[in-house]
Write a protein that binds this ligand. Structure first.
Ligand code: ASP
Length: 308
């Protein structure tokens, strides 16, 4: 079957639209290289890992290199991977000093203990002889110093601050030639949070897939958890709702409940969908013929979702 792919680089309020062109460039380039892997027969899981790694390595996004700092000035990252065919979830919570948290989630796919938190994740890094890596960037440090002056008054770190800084959590959902679906999500968290706070990104609320559909979420993790959003959309599709309608209904409920979030999804028929209750979701997709994105779709209008 024709492979499909959607990726995101976060969702939030938009301070400054100036950075959008460079965001578009990097999202499109990552869609292209990841889609090429699917065209060569790569599995949905491998495509998700490849896409997530590239997004983690791109400092403009809040995952891997360029992760936001927590209230104590430290980077703690979370990531998860779900293989929809095996219906198997794995992930790491609040891991530090590593380049690609999604690789740890990938390793844990084949373990009997599949979600590890801080100390356990650090032990695993040691066991795997993973090189120590500092994901801190100058612009994230600058942002933290600025926020500290205001006693961390923002709900979330900025999505777009200037050409180099800002942007959000990342996620990838893929459908491969065999019709298999996988989803992956990776984050530095909300930014400026209390030590030990757990993100939705390494929970089935924020990242979920079955053989029917896959979803990756971004936005305020607490809101995503309260909606159990990723699992909710997948279950709606499993129960027979077309993906576009499952997205629309879930976004209407999220808006009703005053949640601040964004989401990408695809299903086993090859339908692709996205949704948001916040200003913007930085998403791009490959629908088999062309690459498209959601970057022109911002503001808190009536429209809560889109699909193709
Ligand atoms: N959902 C992430 C969290 O709350 C943040 C984000 O998506 O930017 O940890």
């Amino acid at each position: 079957m024709q492979p499909k792919l959607i990726i995101h680089g976060g969702a939030s309020s938009l301070d400054d639209k100036g950075g959008l062109n460079s965001v578009r460039q990097s999202l499109h380039q990552i869609v292209q290289t990841t889609y090429d892997l699917l065209l060569q027969g790569g599995s949905a899981v491998d495509a998700v890992v490849l896409g997530c790694k590239q997004l983690e390595d791109e400092p403009r996004f809040n995952a891997g290199t360029g992760s936001v700092l927590q209230s104590d000035g430290q980077v703690r990252m979370s990531a998860s991977l779900m293989d929809g065919t095996a219906q198997r979830f794995s992930g790491v919570i609040n891991v530090s000093r590593t380049k690609n948290p999604i690789e740890l989630a990938q390793f844990l796919q084949n373990e009997s203990d599949r979600v590890l938190s801080d100390y356990g994740a650090a032990e695993l890094l040691r066991e795997l002889n993973t090189p120590i890596y500092n994901p801190l960037t100058d612009s994230r440090l600058k942002e933290w110093v600025e926020e500290r002056k205001n006693d961390f008054s923002r709900d979330m770190a900025r999505l777009i601050a200037d050409e180099e800084a800002g942007r959000g959590t990342i996620g990838v959902v893929a459908l491969d030639q065999e019709g298999r679906i996988a989803a992956g999500t990776s984050t530095g968290g909300k930014g400026f949070e209390r030590i030990g706070r757990v993100s939705d990104s390494a929970m089935p609320a924020g990242n979920y897939a079955t053989s029917m559909a896959g979803v990756s979420c971004t936005g305020i993790g607490e809101d995503i958890i309260n909606e159990c959003l990723a699992a909710r959309i997948v279950i709606r599709v499993t129960d027979g709702l077309p993906l576009g309608e499952a997205m629309e209904r879930s976004m209407a409920e999220s808006r009703e409940n005053q949640r601040d979030l964004g989401v990408i999804a695809l299903d086993h028929t090859g339908a692709i969908a996205w949704g948001k209750t916040c200003d913007i979701i930085l998403a791009a997709y490959h629908n088999g013929t062309t690459i498209g994105d959601t970057l022109e779709w911002h503001g808190l209008g009536e429209e809560l979702s889109g699909s193709c």
